[in-house]
Design a protein around this ligand. Structure first.
Ligand code: IPE
Ligand code: IPE
Ligand code: MG
Length: 225
């Protein structure tokens, strides 16, 4: 089996996972966050080097205030410990997303995580947080205009350079959990040719079998093209 080099995870279903257990949505997000390291380990075991995980979209700010507050405060509180575990395992951390709405504390945690792990690799964990594919292209356009880049020199590689995912290869396989067949504004440019696999499991229940089934599906698709 060939391992995809870069996979995207749309980590959906935390709310339904919690509801099923009579728990609060916040408890679902806690379980979801705690489920990232074991899934990353499974990916690394399978030979997948780069994992982009969608944790918060630019549209998710429309959620109830208490839920937004919970997510933002847990980012500030728990990111350093999460990243120190990644660092111990030699994984590089990066953030893809808009910085504007994030608190100084959250930005500091994200920046420190990237600095701490910058020499690590080849495994990369790309934390896709406060991200939207459209917001990213707006940001690229603003940067091109601000830097007065000549229109004749703009190519696909120029755009790649200004994306938040600068330096990462295209996404080979997108896995969305909880049965939804939607992209929800996830890495639109980077996933132009990605295979899409949907698991029925809610994100906190995603198992090794789910990830393996997605990689098998990717191999079946690649064998045909
Ligand atoms: C995904 O789980 C995580 C975030 C978007 C933060 P949801 O919170 O969307 O869970 P459901 O879709 O309501 O079950
Ligand atoms: C997509 O999930 C965003 C993340 C997983 C972070 P949503 O649950 O927010 O997506 P929609 O609203 O169902 O499309
Ligand atoms: Mg959802």
């Amino acid at each position: 089996m060939i391992a995809p080099k870069h996979i995207g995870l749309i980590m959906d279903g935390n709310g339904r996972w919690a509801q099923q257990r009579g728990l609060s949505r916040s408890a679902g997000h806690k379980a979801g966050f705690e489920h990232i390291p074991p899934v990353l380990e499974i990916c690394h075991d399978l030979g997948i080097q780069i994992v982009s995980a969608y944790a918060w979209s630019t549209e998710n700010w429309n959620r109830p205030k208490a839920e937004v507050g919970y997510i933002m405060s847990s980012l500030e509180k728990h990111l350093p410990e999460f990243v120190s575990k990644l660092h111990q395992r030699g994984v590089r951390f990066m953030h893809s997303g808009r910085r504007d709405e994030l608190t100084p504390e959250a930005l500091q945690a994200l920046d420190e995580a990237a600095t701490l792990t910058q020499q690590n690799g080849p495994e990369i964990f790309n934390f896709v947080f406060n991200y939207g594919g459209r917001a990213e292209l707006v940001n690229v356009t603003r940067k091109l205009l601000a830097e007065k880049v000549e229109s004749e020199v703009v190519s696909e590689s120029t755009i790649n350079h200004y994306l938040w995912t600068n330096g990462l290869p295209d996404v080979d396989l997108v896995i969305r959990t909880s049965g939804e067949q939607r992209l929800s504004n996830f890495l639109l440019w980077q996933s132009a040719y990605a295979c899409i696999y949907v698991t029925q499991a809610y994100w906190p229940d995603v198992s090794r079998d789910d990830v393996e089934a997605a990689v098998k599906y990717y191999n079946r698709v690649m064998a045909k093209i």
